[in-house]
Design a protein around this ligand. Structure first.
Ligand SMILES: *[C@@H]1O[C@H](CO)[C@@H](O)[C@H](O)[C@H]1NC(C)=O
Ligand SMILES: *[C@@H]1O[C@H](CO)[C@@H](O)[C@H](O)[C@H]1NC(C)=O
Ligand SMILES: *[C@@H]1O[C@H](CO)[C@@H](O)[C@H](O)[C@H]1NC(C)=O
Ligand SMILES: *[C@@H]1O[C@H](CO)[C@@H](O)[C@H](O)[C@H]1NC(C)=O
Ligand SMILES: *[C@@H]1O[C@H](CO)[C@@H](O)[C@H](O)[C@H]1NC(C)=O
Ligand SMILES: *[C@@H]1O[C@H](CO)[C@@H](O)[C@H](O)[C@H]1NC(C)=O
Length: 451
């Protein structure tokens, strides 16, 4: 037993050397001790020599078997499972259609005055016993559907769980980043979930049918839109989990405005919270989710990474004029990339201040704070000058994290600023009054969200 173990270690040592030299095949060795191939490795002196201890040794190895972790097979299985799920959904769709047709049929038969049987009378309106084609399988269909639905929802749960554990283990082995695979699967699961919901709502006319979809709700919501889909319609703080590896956190959800499902990432209402903050503060977020806050760059990154997001900015100036800017694409990179902003696809009434001109464009700009200069202004820090954390260019045509002024102000333009606001150009001179904003909100929602 000990011998086998020693020989195994040797095999591993050799493998590591092959790997290190870069000449080995790319792949992964299953490092579990006791692999059967070990017993076939032979170690013996190569040729004749006096003192055994100093003899050169020759190693004969059987062809090296490289074993991929079995998680790879699981992955394939998951993909197949999803495929079959899709087929189940299609089957369901047609059997549902069948079901509705039969109901129509049923009504026609009733209208035509066919005398109902004894059994039917006792079961009343919801009876499905009137048989089309003399077939007696309506209840079977409904029951089948129920079974399929149940199986499907638990399969979905399984697929999801498998992907999660799979990703953790694969990363442990440092094999490959499954992020893409997960995204694809997530999207498929989302698609299927959507289809199942659609079917379940069109199928409600089938009597006796109780779809058990609550299993699906075990997938933790990734943002406010998922919570909204579950029927939550109240504006308040909820927990979301955009990426299970990074845990959950609290966000404020706007479930009422413009179809709801919005995850609010920034809010200004009365100047109670200072936005002149450090990199560390902007990274983790600050303020109070129920009043004024910056959600935090890490969280914004995770949310915009989990799904393709749109951004909606709501503005109201001190005189009560309102406007909005909507961007069909919004993404914030990770800290390593200085939380670079990607924003495009403007529409709205407030003007496209984030992409004001060639010289003032916040798209693709890094995040800058008073203590961390990543802006394009060569001889100073825009964040320090304006007392704000923002995706400064050199420096800005918009800055929603500026100082909160209750009324119009003069001098340095360090207030909340939106460069395409009506009359903004006439405020160019420091001697003129500058607009103050009493309400600012930045919120995001998945691009494919359908309220
Ligand atoms: C009745 O339904 C069963 C199963 O759904 C099917 O095998 C059978 O062919 C059907 N019979 C008729 C007469 O349609
Ligand atoms: C989701 O469903 C739509 C419509 O059936 C389809 O066009 C799209 O390709 C699907 N997406 C994925 C990721 O399967
Ligand atoms: C700001 O608004 C919040 C929430 O409405 C409130 O709790 C807080 O007292 C207000 N602060 C100031 C300074 O008005
Ligand atoms: C999320 O978790 C991954 C894996 O643990 C980690 O590498 C990454 O830095 C985390 N990201 C954030 C924004 O916390
Ligand atoms: C920001 O705060 C720092 C101290 O925390 C202060 O020195 C600086 O003047 C402030 N900047 C602005 C523009 O208000
Ligand atoms: C626009 O700005 C000019 C100059 O500051 C001012 O006289 C005028 O009242 C402003 N108009 C509006 C609609 O705010």
């Amino acid at each position: 037993m000990k011998l086998v173990y020693v020989c195994c270690s040797l095999l591993i040592a050799i493998w590591q050397e092959v790997e290190a030299s870069g000449s080995g095949p790319s792949g992964v060795v299953d490092r579990a001790p006791g692999a059967s191939s070990c017993s076939q490795v032979r170690l013996r002196p190569a040729g004749k020599c006096e003192d055994e201890e100093e003899c050169p040794y020759q190693i004969t190895m059987p062809p090296l078997t490289i074993q991929l972790p079995k998680q790879f097979r699981l992955l394939e299985k998951t993909v197949k499972e999803l495929q079959s799920l899709k087929e189940t959904v299609n089957r369901l769709k047609s059997s549902c259609l069948e079901c509705s047709l039969k109901q129509v049929d049923l009504n026609l038969q009733k209208d035509s005055g066919d005398p109902p049987t004894e059994g039917e009378q006792s079961r009343g309106q919801t009876s499905m016993r009137v048989i089309h084609n003399g077939n007696d399988s309506d209840n079977d269909i409904v029951q089948n559907m129920q079974v399929k639905m149940n199986r499907m929802s638990s399969s979905l749960k399984n697929a999801r769980a498998q992907i999660n554990s799979l990703q953790g283990r694969l990363e442990e082995l440092n094999l490959l980043n499954l992020q893409n695979v997960e995204n694809i699967v997530d999207r498929k699961v989302e698609n299927i979930t959507g289809m199942v919901n659609k079917i379940s709502s069109t199928c409600t006319s089938c009597p006796g049918q109780q779809l058990q979809l609550q299993h699906l709700t075990n997938i933790p919501p990734r943002d406010c839109s998922d919570i909204s889909m579950l029927g939550q319609r109240i504006n308040k703080v909820y927990q979301v989990t955009p990426d299970p590896r990074n845990g959950s956190f609290a966000v404020y959800c706007d479930m009422e405005s413009f179809g709801g499902g919005w995850t609010v990432i920034q809010h200004r209402i009365n100047g109670s919270v200072s936005f002149n903050r450090t990199w560390a503060d902007y990274k983790k977020g600050f303020g109070n989710l129920n009043s004024e806050f910056w959600l935090g760059n890490d969280k914004i990154h995770l949310l915009t990474k989990a799904k393709d997001m749109i951004l909606r900015i709501e503005l109201e100036d001190s005189e009560g004029t309102r406007g909005y800017a909507k961007y069909d694409q919004f993404y914030v990179s990770n800290e390593f990339l200085h939380y670079r902003l990607s924003v495009s696809g403007y529409s709205g009434t407030a003007g496209n201040a984030l992409q004001f001109s060639k010289h003032f464009n916040h798209d693709q700009k890094f995040f800058t704070t008073p203590d961390k200069d990543n802006d394009r202004y060569p001889s100073g820090n825009c964040g320090a000058y304006y007392g704000s954390g923002w995706w400064f260019d050199a420096c800005m045509s918009a800055n929603l994290n500026g100082k909160y002024y209750k009324t119009k102000y003069k001098g340095k333009r360090d207030g909340i600023f939106w460069g395409t606001w009506p009359n903004a150009t006439s405020e160019y001179y420091p001697t003129s009054f500058r607009q103050a904003y009493k309400n600012v909100k930045m919120m995001i929602r998945p691009k494919n969200y359908a309220p």
